[in-house]
Ligand binder design. Structure first.
Ligand code: SF4
Length: 303
């Protein structure tokens, strides 16, 4: 016997344990898009004449972000959407995802900028990874990519930088920062304030579980990603992912609870622990706290 959608009589394709709802394709799609619109309205008020840059890796999360932003803002002549793909130089992994990003932007009629670590830093992740046994490749890759994304977004005059972090990523990061006692990173997770030199970040998918993004991407013929990055081994995050997935099975709604609890206290945290003011990095000129930005510090270690 097939299970029916709780909103109509069609066959259900998903059971949301946390909401107790069975949903058909149409109502599942509506549910995902409604939550994303709500997140944008609540956390990121988009004004007239904005340019939204979308960090587009070509995987399911960033492709879904671009697809939905195009659905919401594509008809607005005053809103410009631009994809930015960063090629970190990871053979056997990144070239395929960049190809997907090109296909998707072409299909949607959206401009795509591709920037590479090789052009910008003179080194690829394939060069850097073997040198970095101690800190792990991801610590380098994440910081350098974030810096290049921000720089490119600034160059094209973007007022927002959208990234594809989903509910799982956000809940993991909240817990990870608590476990590390890293209050300043927790504060930085709060909805962003205007800071000169930094493009405002937005995370439209922060209320959507990763599994639902995968299903949405599959149903809408969006890229799903190509296997995993060969350097992915952030041990502590992996443990937290397993722990949270386990909790979610036994206590549905755990990930939502973790994020909404954080949202409730983030304002107080911001007041108690105000972010340091920004200055310009002495080496590259990008906005940062302190004299030298994280990206230049890391690059200094491997030069
Ligand atoms: Fe970069 Fe790590 Fe992501 Fe690979 S898994 S792309 S090394 S951050």
């Amino acid at each position: 016997m097939t299970i029916k959608c709780d909103k109509c009589n069609k066959d259900a394709i998903i059971y949301q344990k946390y909401s107790g709802m069975h949903l058909c394709r149409k109502h599942f799609t509506e549910d995902v898009e409604r939550k994303i619109k709500l997140t944008i309205r609540k956390h990121y008020s988009i004004k007239r004449n904005e340019t939204i840059a979308v960090g587009l890796s070509g995987g399911k999360d960033s492709s879904t972000t671009l697809h939905i932003l195009h659905k919401i803002f594509g008809m607005r002549p005053d809103i410009r959407l631009v994809g930015i793909s960063i090629d970190e130089g990871i053979e056997g992994y990144r070239p395929q995802t960049i190809e997907s990003a090109k296909e998707l932007t072409e299909e949607l009629g959206i401009e795509l900028m591709v920037r590479s670590f090789r052009e910008e830093y003179g080194k690829t992740m394939d060069d850097i990874a073997p040198m970095q046994r101690e800190k792990g490749a991801c610590s380098y890759c994440g910081v350098l990519r974030k810096s290049l994304l921000n720089k490119t977004a600034l160059q094209i005059g973007a007022t927002r930088l959208a990234i594809g972090h989903n509910l799982d990523d956000e809940a993991q990061t909240v817990l990870l920062n608590h476990l590390k006692g890293d209050v300043s990173r927790l504060v930085r997770m709060a909805p962003p304030k205007e800071l000169e030199g930094l493009v405002l970040r937005m995370k439209p998918l922060r209320q959507i579980p990763e599994k639902e993004i995968a299903l949405y991407a599959y149903l809408h013929d969006l890229p799903l990603g190509f296997g995993g990055c060969p350097y992915a081994h952030e041990a502590m995050r992996k443990e937290i992912r397993t722990l949270l997935n386990d909790f979610e099975v036994r206590h549905p709604g755990t990930k939502y609870a973790l994020l909404s609890g954080f949202d409730k206290i983030s304002g107080i945290l911001g007041k108690e622990f105000p972010q340091e003011g920004l200055s310009n990095c002495r080496v590259c000129g990008q906005a940062c706290t302190g004299e030298i930005c994280q990206a230049c510090k890391l690059l200094g270690r491997i030069q």
